[in-house]
Design a protein around this ligand. Structure first.
Ligand SMILES: [Zn+2]
Length: 267
């Protein structure tokens, strides 16, 4: 994809009204977002990515009464500097940390696909596994990595993040919604399901924001504190997260926000 093409795609959503706090409605009252009504599924590459990417949004959506489930695609076994820790030990520790983090957000549904960390490809077996889960949870909205995000000022986006984003979008369209795709899933009682919207995190093209001021931001910080194996004691992540939330909130005029690249899918 050329830069020009990416630019065109990035501006293709420009005509859409920004998704800012209070725009949507649910049967429980004003929604913090204009997400379509219905369940939410978050797909992330590693344990801790759901929380960094959209922890505040998850807390806010749970608070609103939404059903939220999380899928972690890899086993997280490259998340460390000590080559002597057995993979299974680190995997189990990180999965435990992820479960504890999600408890802080009020999310009780999580699936671990355990594809090898650091080697994720947007391959058919991963797409099949994600298609199965999308058909099982039947989300209206899927949150995922922005697969087009590669180079940021000061860091390179992890290849697993890009692969996870790409394969999640491939599962959303066409696989989950096409009854002729992965027909073995029909035999499992998992008919086709069309997702209505995708919200991409870790993006440079945010066009939708979710207000996370107050309790959702505090819950996000509490969730992140559970990822002890990933936290550098020398680094106060809480300062960074608060600053990032304030910086992201500037464009939509919110005190604290998470920003997403929203794609609304047709019927
Ligand atoms: Zn990650």
């Amino acid at each position: 994809m050329t830069d020009d093409k990416e630019q065109q795609e990035g501006t293709g959503e420009a005509g859409m009204a920004p998704d800012v706090a209070g725009e949507g409605q649910t049967d429980k009252g004003p929604s913090p977002t204009a997400l379509p009504e219905g369940p939410v599924l978050v797909v992330a590459a590693h344990p801790d990515d759901p929380d960094f990417g959209c922890g505040g949004a998850m807390a806010r959506l749970v608070q609103e009464g939404r059903q939220v489930a999380v899928v972690v695609v890899t086993d997280g076994t490259e998340g460390g500097e000590d080559p002597d820790i057995p993979d299974e030990e680190l995997r189990d520790r990180r999965e435990g940390e992820q479960r504890a983090a999600l408890q802080e957000l009020g999310v009780h549904e999580v699936a671990f696909l355990r594809f090898p960390d650091g080697r994720l490809q947007p391959a058919l077996d991963v797409r099949h596994a994600l298609t199965r889960l999308i058909r099982y949870y039947r989300p209206a909205t899927v949150f995922a990595h922005d697969p087009t995000a590669h180079l940021f000022d000061g860091y390179i986006n992890h290849p697993d993040h890009r692969a996870a984003g790409l394969v999640t979008l491939d599962a959303v369209f066409p696989s989950a919604g096409n009854p002729r795709a992965f027909r073995d899933l029909l035999a499992e009682g998992l008919p086709a399901h069309k997702v209505k919207a995708v919200y991409l995190f870790y993006t440079a093209h945010a066009n939708a924001w979710i207000d996370i001021a107050g309790a959702p931001l505090e819950r996000k910080l509490a969730g992140l504190s559970r990822h002890q194996s990933q936290l550098n004691p020398e680094w106060d992540y809480t300062v960074w997260i608060r600053e990032e939330a304030a910086r992201t909130g500037k464009e939509p005029g919110l005190e604290a926000a998470e920003g997403f690249r929203r794609i609304t899918l047709g019927d």
